[in-house]
Design a binder for this molecule. Structure first.
Ligand code: SAH
Length: 344
């Protein structure tokens, strides 16, 4: 597990990989269950107090793995939301947002430092990608926030900074770790991965994780508008994206969420609503209309309330399941697209 000077952090190791490690070292397979139980059920991170693990095994673990954590630098709170700023071992910073719902608590995790997708409306993407997050850096966002906020996180959305399908393997290992029934044991259906439409990622995802929810940041009903606000749509055309999503639905039998930001005068006309209805009619999907969160640095404006409601009505009349997203965290810049808007 050692790669040159780089020592693997224990919180990035999936159950299966840890089992292989113990077997390769001539140790007992059940050490995997013991260690996972301490780390993820008892939340004991100090090898010294893992009483049923023999000293020889502990010695080896100490040599082979890093047990360190990323750091919480700062926290901002509002009524139903807590935003956390983390510092990583190399000094980079990321954010996560904990939201309190009536059905539980959901955590919005980041998957990259910065983002290369370049969506015109998104504050988080103004910082270009510096690097992918390692699996352990995503897992530790959850472990540290549960401890700090003294809550059990029931849902995870991979909707923070970054494009998860631009960091596929690490994000997927994160999902393997949090869903392991030997550890955190979160239900796959409590996890949502959101993509701006990276087709190869969706193709892999439908084979690897057919129980994890998929959300698509659609934001436009045609290529003309989408090209203006989301550069990814030049690489992956809307038609091809829709075909891929239809394949996803056919293969997994799961409902897809389309996220649609309401941008004043850009994508919010009644014509746009009709075009959207036509585009997705008959698909097993629902639309989440997101009132745009304005930021200081970007000129887009939020659609007027009456416009959002009229748009909503047209989708409804076309028998499309639609909701208007409840707003969280606007006061502490923790809302969608606002992460890293201000260093706080
Ligand atoms: N890269 C992935 C994951 C990020 S999810 C994706 O694009 O899906 C973050 C969501 O917030 C995306 O749907 C994004 O389009 C949306 N968003 C970005 N800026 C926003 C803003 N200012 N107001 C509301 N939503 C925003």
């Amino acid at each position: 597990m050692k790669y040159g000077d780089f020592m693997k952090n224990i919180f990035g190791i999936t159950y299966n990989d840890l089992e292989t490690y113990f077997i390769n070292n001539g140790d007992k397979k059940f050490r995997t269950t013991q260690l996972y139980d301490f780390l993820y059920k008892k939340r004991v991170y100090d090898l010294n107090i893992m009483n049923n693990i023999p000293n020889t095994t502990k010695e080896k673990l100490r040599n082979d793995f890093d047990f360190s954590f990323i750091k919480i630098l700062k926290k901002q709170e509002d009524e139903d939301v807590k935003k956390y700023l983390f510092e990583l071992a190399d000094g980079n910073r990321i954010e996560s947002v904990l939201m309190f719902h009536d059905y539980g608590t959901s955590l919005c995790v980041s998957s990259q430092v910065g983002c290369n997708m370049g969506c015109a409306f998104c504050e988080s993407g103004r910082l270009k990608k510096v690097r992918n997050l390692e699996t352990y850096e995503i897992v530790e966002q959850l472990l540290l926030i549960e401890k700090d906020a003294k809550v059990k996180i029931t849902h995870v959305v991979v909707m923070g900074i970054g494009e998860p399908f631009d960091n596929y393997d690490n994000v997927m290992n994160f999902i393997r770790i949090v869903t392991s029934n030997k550890g955190i044991d979160m239900g796959s259906r409590h996890i949502t991965v959101s993509t701006c439409g990276v087709i190869p990622g969706i193709m892999k995802f439908m084979d690897d994780f057919n129980q994890v929810n998929l959300a698509i940041s659609l934001h436009a009903p045609n290529d003309e508008i989408r090209n203006k606000i989301m550069p990814i749509s030049k690489a992956y055309k809307l038609n091809d994206l829709m075909d891929t999503i239809k394949l996803y639905i056919a293969k997994t039998n799961r409902r897809v969420t389309f996220e649609y930001i309401m941008l004043d005068g850009v994508n919010d006309s009644l014509e746009n609503a009709k075009e959207l209805a036509k585009l997705i009619k008959g698909m097993n999907c629902y639309v989440n209309l997101i009132p745009y969160n304005e930021t200081e640095n970007i000129a887009f404006k939020r659609s007027k309330k009456v416009q959002i409601l009229a748009f909503y009505d047209i989708l409804k009349k076309n028998n499309i399941a639609v909701t208007i997203r409840r707003e969280f965290g606007g006061k502490v810049d923790a809302a969608c697209g606002q992460l890293r808007a201000k260093t706080f």
